[in-house]
Structures are given as C-alpha cells and as structure tokens.
Design a protein around this ligand. Structure first.
Ligand SMILES: Cc1cc2nc3c(=O)[nH]c(=O)nc-3n(C[C@H](O)[C@H](O)[C@H](O)COP(=O)(O)OP(=O)(O)OC[C@H]3O[C@@H](n4cnc5c(N)ncnc54)[C@H](O)[C@@H]3O)c2cc1C
Length: 436
C-alpha cells in the first residue's frame, strides 16, 4: 500500500512537473526544425562572416545560447543539440559563447580555406603580404568592438618591429580608413610613438557616419587605446561620433579626408600608397577599409537621376512623399520603417525575394506591423526595371506596374574592395585549397 502511494505521488509529480516541460520542449523543437527547413530552402543557414560553431559532442542542448543571442533567430535546439537556423543573421556578438555552460560554442570565421571572401591573416591581422595588415570588417569580423581590438592588435605588432622610419617622407605606418578599426590603429600608433598617416575617402567615423540619425548602436565594453573603456552597451550614433571626435581632438589624430587609396605596391622595403591625392610612402600598411565599398547599383535606366540615393541619413527630411525602398536587408528595412513613420509618406518596398529573411528580429516585427497598418506596401518577388522622373516601372512576378514616385532609396549592398586587395597580392581563404 505504501509503495502504491509513493508510486502514485511520483506519477502525479511526473505528470504535473515534467510533462509540461516535455511538451514545451517538443513544441520548441518542432518550431526549430520548421525554421531550420525554411532557412535551408532560402539558402540562409550559411553565414556571411563570423558565425557560431557548435561542438555537438559537448552540447547538452540547454538552449542558453539561443536565449542569449540578441539577433533572435540565429540558433535553435534540434534533437537535443544546438543548431544554426539562420546563419546570415549572426553578426558576431559572441554572447552565445559566453552563455554556454559547457563551452560547446565558439564564434569565429571557421575554416577560412573554404571562404573566398575572407583574406588569410595571422594572429596579428597580418595578410599574406608581409607588412600589410587587414583590420576590422574588411577581415571578415563585423562589430565596432572587434574593429577596435584588431586595430590595436595589428599596430602593437608593428610597434615591436625595430625598423623605424622617423618622421620624414616615409612614415612607419599608413592607415587606410578612419572607421573604428583605423582610428584605434592610429591611437595605438600615437601610444607607441610611431610616425603615421591616416587617410579616408570620406570624413572620419567610418560606417557609423552612414547609420540613420539617432540609430541606437549596440556594443559590448571595449578598451579604446589611450582613451579607456567604452563602457555602455548602447549609444546613439551621434554620441558615439562625438566620443570619436573628442578622442581625435585630445590625441591630435589628423586624418587626410576625401582621399581614396587606389593601389599599394612595395618597392625596396617601402610601400607606395597611390591615392587620389598622390603617392604616400610607409614601411607598413594597415588596411581598415571596411566591407561596404561602393554601393551596388541596379543598372537600370534612370538610376543616374538625383532622386536616387544609396543611403538614408535623415528620414525626417522626407514628408508627404511617394517613396520606393529597394532591397530587403536590415538597412532597407530600417529606411522603410523610418520613412513610413514620417507624415504623409507612401512607402513601397521592392524586394527580389519572396519574404524578408535575413533581418534582425526587431526590424522584422517593426516592418510587419507597418505592413499590417498599411503604412508600408511590400512588393516581394519584384524587380525595378526603370526609374522615371515621377514614377518607377517594376516587374511584379509576371506583371509590369508603373507606380508614382518622388524618391528611390537603393540598398543592394556594396561591392567589397576584394579586387583591389588581390591586386596587392593578398591571398584569400579559397586560394589555400589544393588545385583540382
Ligand atoms: C546599418 C548598420 C548598423 C550597424 N549596427 C552596429 C551596431 O549596433 N553595433 C556594432 O558593433 N556594429 C554595428 N554595425 C557594424 C559596424 O558599423 C562595423 O562593423 C564597423 O563600423 C566596422 O569598422 P571598420 O573600421 O572595420 O570599417 P568601417 O567603419 O566601414 O570604416 C571603413 C572606412 O574606410 C574608408 N575607406 C574604404 N575604402 C577606402 C579607400 N579605398 N580609400 C580610403 N578610404 C577608404 C571608408 O570611407 C570608411 O570610412 C552596423 C553596420 C551597419 C551597416
């Protein structure tokens, strides 16, 4: 009788405690399998830059990594093990790595020998051409924190090199790009008393300058050389740029702005850096040019008109307009959301794919809400054919439509400067593979 009572209590406990847990687990797994299948069919399981590596032999399937990821949809748990669901969404925060209790996850670039888009670098960010370093997003790792860390790592390595040029025509170091990576490299050069020059085709600030006005920038604490800790986890674009300007003033970092680097060639141990402003000389070169390169164009008639733009800085400047946003990534969606929130705008989004799939979850819910409220009209599976003065011609599946239009914003990505790098002799991951 006693044992019957014990068994009954155990059975009741099992039903009330473990069954809901088991059902929840089953439901989540079903959802994750469905999301994984969908991601596979859309070809988005493969990552673009860095991504999480899961050691399935260690993974205990607790889901801490899934909960820790701020991008929402990168990871899931399938058959009791963590799995990549939407690799394209990984931007490399690395929080999954920190959250894993059994160290079964690591965020990185993986086997670069399979990557045509990742230059081969050593642990100090030196490329296959001795003396040319690649830091920040150009090397494949995104995020401001990574850019700052790599800029410092490369120049600390350079500072250990005993060959110094002094302050004549040949500098110790030339830094191309004044985004977070380039500025961190310049501060480290000041710290180590290296002679250096920084050049940038635009103003200092890098990609941060292109963010929409008042965008909230997420970052993790990082040490800026000479300055100290960047300790908040969120900054507005404007605050971050003010911090950079203050740092540049305080440490007298001079940037040659409006100067585009076109070629780097070595001659007798000195690099000639050919630019739109003439040739500069340096013993070592740090390339901190990011990956955005030149905006990719659609190549359609009318694209040269001044009403066509490739970035949106200030959505508030557009009211009571008929606007077309082309693209389906985060930048396109953020622009569409910003424009749709202004008075009297009619916003259409033209995207080649059948749905938005490689965007942050926050952006996805914002755009879906605006679509439901009819403030944004999505045209999926569509293609812009021609841009006219007051309209745009679009193919929507089999049908051709002409929609009234005042401005067009194109977010079709950028053409990364890989060709330029290859011309300098820099090798990429794919080239490591044996031929045949
Ligand atoms: C919309 C958006 C939102 C983002 N949000 C975040 C976020 O919240 N948190 C975060 O950590 N990261 C975020 N990022 C990523 C972050 O901005 C980048 O990882 C970071 O800026 C990379 O720094 P970088 O110095 O390597 O390159 P960049 O910032 O891209 O700077 C490269 C610089 O090189 C210059 N340059 C390029 N080619 C040449 C040339 N040939 N000659 C001279 N100059 C050249 C460019 O003008 C530019 O100033 C975001 C990116 C985007 C696009």
């Amino acid at each position: 009788m006693e044992s019957l009572i014990i068994w009954s209590i155990t059975a009741i406990a099992a039903i009330f405690i473990f069954l809901p847990y088991y059902l929840k687990f089953r439901r989540r797994q079903k959802e994750d399998i469905a999301r994984h299948k969908e991601a596979e069919s859309l070809g988005i399981t493969a990552p673009r830059a860095q991504f999480p590596f899961i050691d399935v032999s260690r993974c205990i399937g607790c889901g801490s990594c899934v909960a820790a990821c701020p991008e929402g949809d990168v990871l899931g748990v399938i058959y009791g093990k963590a799995a990549i669901i939407n690799g394209l969404r990984c931007v490399g925060h690395g929080l999954c790595e920190k959250a894993c209790p059994v160290s079964a996850i690591k965020v990185g670039l993986g086997d670069v020998s399979t990557r045509e888009d990742i230059p081969i670098l050593d642990e100090y960010c030196q490329s296959s051409v001795p003396g040319i370093y690649i830091v920040g997003e150009l090397g494949g790792l995104s995020l401001i924190r990574n850019a700052i860390t790599q800029g410092r790592t490369a120049v600390e390595r350079i500072a250990r090199d005993s060959r110094r040029s002094g302050n004549g025509d040949v500098k110790d170091l030339a830094i191309v790009g004044a985004g977070p990576a380039g500025l961190s490299a310049a501060l480290t050069a000041v710290h180590h008393n290296l002679s250096y020059l920084v050049l940038d085709q635009q103003e200092p600030g890098g990609t941060i300058l292109q963010y929409p006005r008042r965008k909230l920038v997420m970052t993790q604490p990082v040490e800026i050389p000479l300055y100290g800790q960047l300790s908040e986890t969120e900054y507005s674009k404007e605050t971050l740029l003010e911090i950079w300007q203050e740092i540049m003033r305080r440490f007298d970092i001079q940037v040659r702005t409006g100067v585009r680097m076109e070629k780097v060639q070595e001659e007798n141990g000195v690099f000639n850096i050919s630019t739109t402003d003439g040739v500069y000389k340096a013993r070592q070169v740090v390339l901190a040019m990011g990956r955005r390169g030149t905006p990719r164009k659609l190549g359609v008639p009318g694209e040269e008109m001044s009403k066509v733009m490739y970035q949106l800085i200030d959505a508030q400047s557009y009211t009571n307009n008929r606007l077309l946003v082309v693209g389906g990534g985060d930048s396109a969606v953020e622009a569409a959301v910003g424009l749709a929130r202004q008075k009297g705008n009619q916003v259409t989004v033209s995207y080649r794919k059948p749905k938005f799939f490689r965007i942050k979850q926050k952006n996805e819910s914002r755009i879906n809400r605006l679509i439901a409220e009819k403030k944004v009209r999505p045209l999926f599976n569509s293609e812009v054919l021609e841009i006219r003065k007051d309209s745009v011609k679009i193919r929507l599946e089999e049908e051709i439509r002409e929609i009234p239009n005042d401005y067009v914003f194109i977010f079709a990505g950028g053409l990364p400067p890989f060709k330029l790098l290859k011309e300098m002799g820099i090798k990429f991951g794919g080239e490591m593979r044996a031929p045949g």
